[in-house]
Ligand binder design. Structure first.
Ligand SMILES: [Fe+2]
Ligand SMILES: [Fe+2]
Length: 322
């Protein structure tokens, strides 16, 4: 399957530079000098990633990207902007029309990393659509490798969360959705370390921005991969808190979908029992104690009870949920 990358810029020298940078990386790219020319290419090629300049005579970059959204919905889109266009670019990201933007003049390494992340996102979506779980998991693992503290996190979360779901006798399709949602809950972190996140400009604190947006960006991946509403809800709401102080929507108890409340218990437990950059791992008893202290504020109290019950049974039979 061809996975073409298309760059659009009205200035020849920019396209020459881009071609040279990506040639060095062994990544071939297609180029177009206008929005109109790019549309012609999108209609005849499978474009995985489209990188377009915003300021071009004729069709503006953002107009091109929203037209591509209709013609080729799976194409991952990156907008190249000047400083003056930052508001436009942020709005485009928030409307989920654009994966990320990059400001001219870019650092070559940033551009390459961003395009590689866009390609990962494209492959992740395609693997989900094909039902190719092996590729999907290998992409999730590759994403976790960016942060050594989260290695294996998504799969462990899936194990804990599906154990809770089975204990609750939820239907098989819901258990499956919980497995997928757990695997993908942090996939909105694809591409967060480069481009806008390292951008030292008039954005809010970059880390808070990532924290608050990865559920939204992840839900967008799940939607684009045509996953069920249950999976989308898990990804979208895994950082909501029972007392309404979570994000992105600040939902409270019953407003948070049950599946997302289940994954939140699993996610927090796994975070506690693994080492983080700022602290050592807690042992299992201490982690369980901390879960109990989160009953009713962070976590659904009933679900914490169910999970603690599973953990103590596993302990007494000397097995492990893992
Ligand atoms: Fe998360
Ligand atoms: Fe997580």
């Amino acid at each position: 399957m061809a996975e073409d990358i298309l760059f659009v810029d009205d200035e020849d020298f920019i396209l020459d530079i881009v071609e040279a940078i990506f040639e060095q990386e062994g990544i071939p790219v297609l180029t177009a000098r206008s929005g109109e020319e790019a549309l012609g290419i999108v209609k005849t090629h499978e474009i995985a990633v489209l990188v377009s300049d915003h300021h071009m005579p004729g069709m503006m970059g953002l107009d091109l990207l929203s037209r591509v959204k209709t013609i080729s919905p799976d194409t991952v889109k990156i907008l190249v902007t000047g400083f003056a266009d930052l508001d436009t670019a942020m709005e485009a990201i928030n409307r989920a029309e654009v994966f990320r933007f990059i400001v001219k003049p870019w650092e070559n390494t940033h551009l390459v990393e961003l395009v590689k992340d866009a390609l990962r996102r494209y492959r992740l979506i395609k693997s989900i659509v094909r039902g190719d779980e092996a590729t999907m998991l290998s992409l999730v693992r590759a994403l976790e490798l960016k942060d050594s503290y989260t290695k294996g996190h998504s799969e462990r979360v899936a194990q804990y969360a599906t154990a809770i779901a089975r204990k609750l006798d939820l239907p098989g399709e819901t258990v499956k959705a919980i497995q997928y949602g757990s695997w993908l809950h942090d996939c909105g972190k694809i591409g967060v370390s480069e481009s806008i996140l390292n951008y030292e400009g008039p954005l809010d604190d970059a880390e808070i921005h990532v924290m608050r947006n990865h559920p939204l960006w992840g839900a967008d991946v799940a939607r684009q991969a045509r996953l069920t509403e249950t999976v989308v809800n898990i990804v979208l709401s895994h950082h909501e808190r029972f007392d309404g102080k979570g994000y992105p929507a600040g939902l409270t108890d019953g407003e948070i979908p049950l599946e997302a409340r289940i994954v939140a218990v699993a996610d927090i437990y796994d975070a506690l029992i693994t080492e983080r950059p700022y602290r050592k791992a807690y042992d299992r008893d201490k982690a369980q104690e901390m879960l109990v202290s989160m009953k009713g504020n962070v976590l659904d109290p009933g679900l914490v009870d169910v999970f603690c019950d599973i953990l103590s049974r596993e302990n007494s039979s000397s097995g492990s949920v893992q």
